[in-house]
Design a protein around this ligand. Structure first.
Ligand code: CTP
Length: 392
């Protein structure tokens, strides 16, 4: 999602639009803010100008060096027009095709998807006139998000509150994503596994789960029913994703196989421990003067075992390499009976563990090798799904 037109109308929830703008900017979008005259009474345009790095538009025309700039041109290449918060008044104007300010005019001229976030007092929201107008907008093809129930600015408890910016962000991304994974059950594994030596010590790796969670989010946005089997991370499950938390490789193995049958697509982005201590102490091991040795034993290779029962499944693996990455990854793909493998060279800057970006090469069974530039993991997740869509 590159270019967003964020329309803000005159409701108390306008202050939450600042956080929303920040989320989109942080996600790599170019955000252009349009405010109705009433919205500027609630939040100063300068707030949005500072957050987005662009001028904020409040009128149809501006005079610059004697030229009249048509702000309707803002819509060029826009990926979405998002109106948050949308008051009853603006909703009514949009539903009836009234174009009396820049935002309502843009609505009529927009050819991109439109997302509306109604936000108002519960009695207003429930009024037949407002409900009729919301239904009309849905008939126009707009995506209208349900408001939340909770304490409203007027002190009343009920439905009408603007949802949290994170939820609006997720809703908008899902609304404008292609629905090409709809009806598909997918399983994603993510994060590190831990192999305990005793109750307070374990062997692990620096994975934070970012890549796997980005894939789970992207799959869910594109319509898949997603089960995310995750090692311990600080990340929250993306909206709509069923999350199962596991600790060890053995637990991940069991959780993956419990869900394997029903999932056509499996993406194994987890950083799995290949070894575990031969013995795990029941109590904390106390220090002593003797230097001790940890004896290790091999864990089962989950992906290899999945590959043995491949059937109709699409299997996608990751390869973490520090040398000869293409050769090693191709070898892993064939050995584990995968359809595709994504390889990252852990020594490259910006790639691999605990960074928001990655630089990968995608290799598939037909011999295609696609080297991608450094990119944000969310963006990469969609790119990987574009490739997987071709296999389905
Ligand atoms: N994998 C797995 N079970 C394991 C080890 C790895 O399912 N016990 C999966 C990973 O989730 C990843 C792929 O296999 O999708 C490759 O993992 P990687 O660590 O790169 O390779 P290994 O097979 O462990 O080989 P090596 O460590 O020797 O490079």
């Amino acid at each position: 999602m590159k270019k967003i037109i964020l329309g803000i109308t005159g409701g108390i929830a306008a202050y939450k639009a600042a956080e929303l703008a920040r989320l989109f900017v942080r996600g790599g979008s170019d955000v252009h803010v349009v405010m109705t005259p009433a919205a500027t009474e609630f939040v100063a345009p300068l707030t949005f100008q500072t957050l987005t790095g662009h001028p904020v538009y409040t009128a149809m025309y501006s005079e610059q060096a004697g030229d009249r700039i048509r702000h309707i041109d803002l819509l060029e290449n826009a990926d979405v027009l998002l109106v948050a918060p949308a008051t009853a008044n603006t909703i009514a104007k949009m539903a009836s095709g009234i174009a009396d300010n820049l935002l309502t005019t843009l609505y009529l001229a927009a050819r991109c998807p439109v997302v509306i976030i109604p936000s108002m007092n519960i009695n207003m929201y429930n009024h037949r006139a407002v409900q009729d107008n919301i239904n009309k907008l849905a008939l126009h093809g707009c995506h209208v998000m349900d408001p939340e129930a909770g304490e409203l600015a007027c002190g009343v408890y009920g439905k009408g509150r603007m949802p949290e910016p994170e939820d609006i962000y997720a809703y908008t991304r899902a609304a404008i994503s292609p629905n090409d994974f709809s009806g598909l059950n997918a399983l994603v594994s993510a994060g590190p596994t831990r192999e305990h030596l005793d109750p307070v010590r374990f062997l692990s790796n620096p994975s934070t789960g970012l890549m796997g969670y980005a894939l789970a989010r992207a799959l869910s946005e594109r319509g898949a029913a997603v089960t995310l089997i995750s090692g311990h991370t600080h990340l929250n499950a993306p909206p709509g994703v069923k999350k199962v938390v596991v600790t060890s490789t053995e637990e991940m193995y069991n959780a993956v196989f419990e869900n394997y049958k029903k999932c056509r697509l499996v993406i194994k982005a987890a950083a799995v421990s290949d070894y575990r201590p031969l013995k795990t102490a029941e109590q904390k091991v106390k220090k002593s003067n003797q230097v001790s040795t940890i004896e290790l034993t091999r864990n089962r290779d989950i992906l290899f075992e999945l590959g043995k029962e491949k059937g109709n499944h699409i299997l996608v693996g990751f390869a973490a390499e520090t040398e000869d990455e293409i050769e090693n990854a191709r070898d892993k793909m064939l050995r584990k009976n995968l359809d595709m493998i994504i390889v990252n060279n852990l020594k490259e800057p910006g790639a691999g563990f605990a960074v928001p970006t990655n630089r990968v090469t995608i290799i598939d069974r037909s011999g295609n090798i696609e080297q991608l530039p450094l990119m944000d993991k969310d963006q990469l997740a969609h790119h990987i799904l574009d490739r997987i869509a071709g296999l389905l």
